[in-house]
Write a protein of this length. Structure first.
Length: 79
C-alpha cells in the first residue's frame, strides 16, 4: 500500500512577510487567511499545491514584500 501523497496534493503552509498588511491586501491573497503577529509581521496560511505556492511567492516578490519564511505545516490531513 502506497501511503505517500502525490507531489501535487495541497499541503498546509504558513508564509511570513514583514509588516502588518492591511485588510485591502486580503483580496490579493484570496484563499489564504491573514493574521498579524505582535512582532510586526503578517502570516498568510492555507492549503496550497506546489503551483499555488509558487504563485503566492511570485506575487510576494512582485509586490515588493519582504519574505521572512515559508513553513510546511504537518497536519493529519497533510501527512
Amino acid at each position: 500500500m502506497n501511503t505517500q501523497r502525490p507531489s501535487n496534493a495541497p499541503v498546509s503552509y504558513e508564509i511570513r512577510v514583514a509588516g502588518h498588511l492591511g485588510a485591502n491586501w486580503a483580496a490579493r491573497f484570496a484563499g489564504l487567511s491573514m493574521c498579524h503577529e505582535p512582532e510586526g509581521g503578517t502570516v498568510l496560511s492555507g492549503m496550497l499545491d506546489q503551483a499555488a505556492l509558487h504563485g503566492v511567492l511570485v506575487k510576494i516578490r512582485d509586490l515588493g514584500l519582504n519574505l521572512i519564511s515559508v513553513n510546511r505545516i504537518e497536519t493529519s490531513e497533510s501527512e
